[in-house]
Each structure stands twice: as structure tokens, then as C-alpha cells.
Design a protein. Structure first.
Length: 323
């Protein structure tokens, strides 16, 4: 199916975009996103919320796919207040824990974005669980929410995407391992580290494969992968104890980056010219902190044969869930 080509100017005149806070890439041109429509998950909290705020300041029209409506309304109100634009953001209900909700949400997004399409699709949502849990479709929850649901949403929305897909993943993929005969840890072996690493490796692999397919097909759409680094967000609050969560946050605060810095690689990947299929993240030791740069991914995440295998498996999983 032919996709609309990228547009290089705003749809309608608007006020000049606001200046950016320090992002670590001030040597690059500030983007002008006036008239650009961006569909985004994960904007209710943390670095996703920070990225949404900056994209709106630059003039973008955001469609925020939200699980919790009240949190989404709070973010939308802030976007409207900061930009003075009622079109700064609109909300669509979408729960990555449930593929029926993903399908319904995608249908609503396509309706809202017709006929002009989607300039950028940004996957910012993710979770960490403290024990093995399952989604509504029976997937190990981190794998389902962090990897499988975003792939389905991308496949459903891709015909309307005009410019770019950005997927927030993690350097945790480097310790992930894909086990074809027990991908959901139903026979054991689950730990937070193993589950999270697997979910991010699967994301890196389907992202690598889709980026290659888009480049080879010559659609003019590309895909970028992002590792934000060590950022002070609510993802670290996975111990199950409010007191322990508070201790982890206090210990992390002097070392982890604030959300505005964590959002910098996401914003760079969303707005700057990059080689297709790049992997962007902090340039510091262990890719934990620093200025956004091109990162090297793990050997497994570079394996095209494994990427094809895992992408085919993931699509089979989301199709089987519907059946």
C-alpha cells in the first residue's frame, strides 16, 4: 500500500515555536513542528511527558494514546496552557495491556488523523513489574506491553505514517535473551532482569527488521530506536514497597538524569535527520548519562536473521491473540 509522502512545511500559519531547554544538542537546528501531527504513547508520566511538552512547544499537534484518562487530561491541560493552543493535544483511550484496546484505539487514531495522516508515531510507554504478570491476552506482561503491543500499534497505524516511527527501548536489551520455546516464562526462569531484558531485546529486533523493510521499500518513512539512559522516573518504583521505592529514588537522584535530559535522545530521534534504523542514547559510560549520540547495540540486536524470526513470531502472537 502506498503511503503519503512526507511534508516539509506547516499546514497552517502559527506562532513561532518556543525555545528549548538545554538538551545537549544545541548545535543542531531547533525543529519547527507547526502543523505536524504526532501520535504518542507514554506521555502521561516521566520523560514521555517531558517529550510531549517540548514537542508541543515546538508547534506539534499531539494525539496522546492514554491508558488513564485522568492523567491524560492533566497533561493535555498543561500542554494547552503552555502553548495557548487548543489543538496542542487530544486524547485517545488505549491500553497496551489489552490488544483489543490497541485495535480500537488505533481505529480511533486513524479516524482522528484522517485525511492528513500521521507525521510521527512515537512509542514512549513502558513498564517494569516486580513479579511475573500477564496481560489480558496471556502474554508475560513486560513482553506484551513493552514489545508486542507497540508492534501491533505500529502495524495498524503505519499506512498513515508520513515521516518517522520512534521507539523508546533500553540498553537493557544487551542482557536480554529470546527463548523461542518459552518466550513468556511459563515454565519458569522469570526475574525482573530477565523479563525486562527480553522485552527490550524483542523491541530492538522488530524495530531493526521494520527499519530495514521501510528503507528497502523506499516509502520515505524511517524508524529510529532510542535508549534514554538512566532517568529519574516512576519506572524504578517496582519494589512493591512504598518505603523501599522512596529509598531507591533518593539513592538514584544524585546519579540519574532529570527527565528533561532523558527526553533529549527521544526528541533528537523524533526531529533530526538520522540514518535509517539508528539507535540513539547518552554518550557517557555505560550509556547511562550524557549527550545524545549514536550507540552500538548488542550483537543479538544486530542479527538480521534473528530479527526476521522474532518479528514473524511477534506478529503470529498478536494475530493468535485475536483468534
Amino acid at each position: 500500500m502506498d503511503r503519503p509522502r512526507a511534508r516539509h512545511g506547516p499546514r497552517t500559519p502559527a506562532a513561532a515555536p518556543a525555545a528549548a531547554p538545554p538538551l545537549g544538542w544545541e548545535h543542531l537546528p531547533a525543529p519547527d513542528l507547526r502543523g505536524r501531527r504526532i501520535v504518542m504513547t507514554g506521555a502521561s508520566d516521566g520523560l514521555g511527558r517531558e517529550a510531549a511538552l517540548q514537542l508541543a512547544r515546538w508547534g506539534a499537534e499531539l494525539v496522546l494514546a492514554v491508558r488513564t484518562r485522568t492523567k491524560g487530561e492533566t497533561v493535555r491541560a498543561r500542554l494547552v496552557a503552555e502553548t495557548g493552543r487548543e489543538d496542542a493535544a487530544q486524547l485517545v483511550d488505549l491500553d497496551l495491556d489489552d490488544l483489543s484496546s490497541v485495535r480500537a484505539g488505533a481505529e480511533e487514531i486513524l479516524r482522528r488523523c484522517a485525511p492528513t495522516g500521521i507525521d510521527l508515531l512515537l512509542h514512549g510507554a513502558g513498564l517494569v513489574t516486580r513479579r511475573r504478570e500477564e496481560t489480558a491476552d496471556g502474554f508475560e506482561r513486560m513482553l506484551g506491553v513493552n514489545a508486542l503491543a507497540p508492534l501491533l500499534l505500529t502495524d495498524l497505524l503505519l499506512p498513515a505514517v508520513r515521516e518517522r516511527v520512534v521507539v523508546v527501548t533500553s540498553h537493557a536489551h544487551t542482557f536480554g535473551r529470546f527463548v523461542r520455546d518459552d518466550p513468556h516464562f511459563r515454565r519458569g526462569g522469570w526475574s525482573l532482569r530477565a523479563g525486562y531484558g527480553r522485552s527490550k531485546l524483542v523491541t530492538m529486533l522488530w524495530g531493526r527488521e521494520l527499519a530495514a523493510q521501510l528503507h528497502e521499500s523506499g516509502t520515505g518513512v524511517d524508524l529510529q530506536l532510542v535508549h534514554p539512559g538512566w532517568v529519574l522516573t516512576n519506572l524504578q518504583n517496582a519494589t512493591g514497597s512504598a518505603r523501599l521505592d522512596a529509598m531507591v529514588t533518593a539513592a538514584s537522584r544524585p546519579l540519574a538524569m532529570p527527565t528533561v535530559q532523558g527526553a533529549a535522545p527521544v526528541l533528537l530521534a523524533a526531529t533530526q535527520p538520522l540514518p535509517p534504523g539508528s539507535y540513539i542514547g547518552p554518550d557517557g559510560r555505560g550509556a547511562l548519562r550524557g549527550r545524545p549520540t549514536l550507540l552500538r547495540r548488542s550483537e543479538a540486536a544486530l542479527d538480521r536473521d534473528l530479527a526476521r524470526e522474532v518479528t514473524d513470531w511477534a506478529r503470529e502472537e498478536v494475530t493468535r491473540a485475536r483468534d
